[in-house]
Each structure stands twice: as C-alpha cells, then as structure tokens.
Write a protein that binds this ligand. Structure first.
Ligand code: GLU
Length: 505
C-alpha cells in the first residue's frame, strides 16, 4: 500500500477550464491538503488535434487565482515529471510494448474508411458497431494475420492502432468511493484503442500509466469518466499494478431544466462559466467574484458538511472535507446562490481591503480617488457594503458620496417636494451652514431641534433633505452621509435642490 496521499487534476488543454473542472480541481486540492498529501497538475495533451494554445497557461493561472495551486505541475517539478503527456511519449511506447508482449493488446490495421463504413452500416439497422471478441478475428489485425504479415506491414510503414484485448467473459468489479460497488460485464465493451496511428497513446493508456508512475493514490474526477473505469481497472490488472481508489463526482446540472450545465446556460442567464475571461466569454474574476466565494460555492456543489453551515473559508474546507459526503445525484447550479456567496464573502472583508478594490472603480468613474484618504473611503464603504454583492456595485450604491446629484428621482420628487418644501430646505440650509460642529450626531441634534422648534413633522423635512443630498430616497443613515460629504457640500446640495427641483404640488 502506497502511504502518502497523492491526487491529480488532469485536464486536457482543449480550451478554458469549465466550472465543473474547477470543482474537480478543488475537491482534489481539499483531499490532498486534508490528508497531508500532494496535489499534482498533469496536462493531458496527447490529442494533438484538440490542442488549444494558451489553454495550459489559462488552467495554471486559474488555479493560482482561486488559491488552489498544485504542488507539482509542468512549472513545478516534484520528482515525477514531466507533467505534460506529450513529453512522456517514450514511457507510453514502453508500456504498450509490454501489453503487446503479454497478449493484452494487439495491432489493428483496419483503415478509418473501413471502420466508418462498418459503423454507418450498423447505424442503418439501429445497431452500434463494437470491435471486440465477437468479430475481432474478421478484421485486419495481429489476431487474424500471420506474425510474418504483421511484421511486414509494420516494417513497410502501414498505418495501425493498438487495441486492448478484452478477455472473454470478464466481469470487472470495482468500488467507487461515491457510488459504491460497480460490476461490469466486459463482453459488451469495445476493444478500445490504446495507441493511435500518430504514435501517441490515447487518453486511457496515458492516464493509467501516468497515474501509476506518478504514484497517484486517489483518482477524483467527473462522472463522465465512469464508463471508462472498467477498462482502466482492467489495465491495472493487465500491468499487474495496484489500482488507485476511485471517486467519481456528480454532474453539475443546468440552473433550470434537464441536463448538464453548459457554456450556453451562462450566456443565456448572464453568469460566468469560466474562472477567468476566455476570448469573449466572461470569467468570474473579471465579473467581480472573489476567489474565496467561488471556492465556497463550488465546494457545496455536490458535497455537504452534514450541518447547516454554509460559509467556509478554504482553510475551513480543508479541515472538514470528506469524500464520503459527496452526493451521487447531479448538483444543480444556482447562479443566485453564487452571487449570495459573493455577498457573504464581501461582508467578511476588511474595510481596508474593500477600499483597495474600490479605488480603481472610482478612478474608472472619473473620481480623483487619490484625493480621498483611506479612512474616509473606509467610512463610505462601511456604510454601503451591506447592500452590495460586488465591489463594482459600490458606485451605484454610493456615487453621491463623490458627486452631487444633478438629477432627482421623479417619483420621490412628486411625493416629497411639495409647495413649501423649498422654503423649508432653504431655512434648514441656513441652520446647517451656521452649525459649529458637523458630526453626524451634531447635525442630527440640530436638525431635530429645528424640526421641533418650528413645530414641523419629520416627514416634511427628512425625505426632501435626503432627496437633496442623495438625489433619491435611498442610502444609509443620512446624517452619516452628511458628515462624510461635509458641511459645505451638504449646504450647497440643499441650495442646488431648492433652485432646481420644481415643486409638484
Ligand atoms: N484528461 C481527462 C480530462 O480532460 C482526465 C480525466 C481523468 O481525470 O482521468 O478530463
């Protein structure tokens, strides 16, 4: 028994990392950290036709951004490299030769055209063409041809693949940590291609050879690989190796309707599906999500801690993550919940951190952010954060802290700016202009005293006052806003409102 836990995330660099891939990476990371093990990033790039430049860098950058970097990767040698399959070709060649020698694999010379014709002919009769024990001797392969003919074909450069030879009547049994015991009768399975005509292994061979050589103890991956598991287990038997423990994660389902979450769902409903921007597809990072919120959300997409608690830091998750609590059934992706997590994590951030993130938003809006002290911005942020799920929403929630309103909410004006209101606001502006102290508390006291002294009602004064300062009837405690924008600005906004808002009744 290998003792150190070693897990791997093994994406193919065929495009950006889908959110499902991120979850697989995360569960591997959590499992490794929890058990003091290693988390390996292996790039499975044996399918040259699907290789997309930039995808590998994207994957590495996404894992870094999320705070779940691998311990070993193409950029970080850890004694088990290379970590790119395209650089491990010699190893696959050696291993496929072993399977040929032991009779577990055979050469097949059938052309693509012949196989396509067979597939099409079967489809016409509603059947699926399977290349296996039932018909393998009818085809052009090293089981049907003489050894001399096989050697001749190979020596003359004939194109071939190498197929796995399923022994007849094999029943493969394996235990999946999430799904329990699974039994498969291999008689219905294809003699899968292990080695391709381009001299590259297929996913199946490379994956097994690498998991073994990299001493992977647990294979945690998406459910879509379950159909390959019988072959993978049988390959371990063929090589005489101990198989790792398998755990197949549930599918991530569409927010509404049936089926797997797809990129199109994100486009339709307006949420990102990739961690980082990829071409013109939005990424979580660019959309303003915090990595820790994405992590928290994804951790609970298919796993639960067994309690009602929902908010977790990455560290918390490492402490409690357990594969036995991963569900079998698909996990529905809920974009609103994703936003909720961002909201929650935003509330956990320090005002200082929020100000650091808010400054660029201010600059983008043309506000000279450098004119404002951290302390001032921290006060602003503390007043509005509760209503925000994203830092970029701070602007919509609090632009009036930086710019005097020049437009006033119509409905509010109709309701609150009555005949007599301009006179009241004007008189109150005089009072506030003369005030000696302008702290929230001092203004509150003087405004209240003025209201009482003039036998007025709060409803006559407070809403129009807010309208003058904010431009609408929204926002946090008004006296706090006034303290932050200052005495001069408060009075000037009131005078502007008096001069510009037309009384409606
Ligand atoms: N290269 C496979 C993928 O793209 C890896 C599957 C596995 O983890 O075995 O997902």
């Amino acid at each position: 028994m290998k003792n150190k836990v070693r897990v791997r995330f093994a994406p193919s660099p065929t495009g950006p990392l889908h959110i499902g891939g991120v979850r697989t990476a995360l569960y591997n990371y959590l499992f490794a950290r929890k058990h003091g093990g290693d988390f390996v990033l292996r790039i499975e790039d044996t399918d040259q036709s699907r290789f997309v430049p930039g995808a590998e860098q994207y994957i590495a950058e996404a894992l870094d951004w999320l705070g779940i970097p691998p311990d070993e990767s193409p950029k970080k040698e850890g004694g088990f490299g290379p970590y790119r399959q395209s650089e491990r070709q010699v190893l696959y060649k050696e291993h496929i030769d072993r399977l040929i020698d032991t009779g577990w694999a055979y050469y097949a010379f059938d052309s693509e055209a012949e196989l396509t014709a067979l597939r099409e002919a079967h489809e016409k009769t509603g059947e699926t063409f399977i290349y296996n024990w039932q018909n393998r001797t009818q085809f052009k392969n090293s089981l049907s041809l003489s050894p001399e003919e096989v050697t001749r074909l190979i020596n003359t450069g004939a194109s071939y693949v190498i197929r796995f030879k399923w022994p007849l009547d094999t029943v493969v049994q394996f235990d999946d940590l999430i799904r329990g015991r699974i039994q498969i009768n291999a008689n219905t399975l294809d003699d899968k291609v292990l080695f391709k005509s381009d001299g590259m292994p297929t996913y199946h061979l490379a994956n097994i050879v690498d998991d073994h050589l990299m001493e992977i103890t647990h294979v945690i991956r998406g459910e879509e690989w379950l159909p390959s598991l019988a072959l993978h287990c049988q390959l371990y038997t063929a090589f005489g190796w101990e198989a790792p423990v398998f755990a197949h994660l549930p599918l991530i389902l569409k927010p509404v309707g049936k089926g797997k979450l797809s990129k199109r769902d994100g486009e339709k409903l307006g949420f990102p599906i990739f961690p980082l921007q990829w071409k013109d597809s939005a990424g979580y990072r660019e959309a303003g999500y915090f990595p820790e919120a994405v992590i928290n959300f994804l951790a609970l997409l298919g796993w639960n801690p067994g309690t009602e608690q929902e908010l977790f830091s990455l560290e918390d998750l490492v402490g409690i993550f357990d594969l036995s609590r991963v569900q079998k059934s698909g996990a529905r992706f809920d974009p609103d919940k994703n936003i909720w997590f961002n909201h929650q994590h935003l509330q956990l951030k320090s005002p200082r951190e929020l100000v650091r993130l808010f400054r660029p938003v201010l600059s983008e809006q043309g506000v000279p952010a450098e004119d404002y002290s951290d302390a001032h911005l921290e006060s602003v942020v503390s007043l509005i954060r509760e209503r925000a799920s994203f830092v970029h929403e701070f602007w919509g929630l609090g632009s009036y802290f930086f710019q005097a309103p020049r437009a006033f909410d119509d409905k509010a004006v109709r309701k609150q700016w009555k005949s007599g209101t301009p006179e009241l606001m004007s008189a109150l502006a005089d009072v506030l202009e003369a005030a000696e102290s302008f702290t929230a508390e001092a203004s509150e006291n003087s405004v209240k005293a003025w209201i009482a002294g003039n036998a007025l009602g709060f409803g006559q004064v407070m809403p129009p006052l807010r309208l003058s300062i904010v431009g609408a009837l929204k926002g946090p405690q008004l006296f706090e806003i006034m303290e932050l924008i200052g005495q001069e600005e408060t009075v000037s906004r009131m005078r502007y409102a008096v001069a510009h808002i037309e009384a409606k009744s």
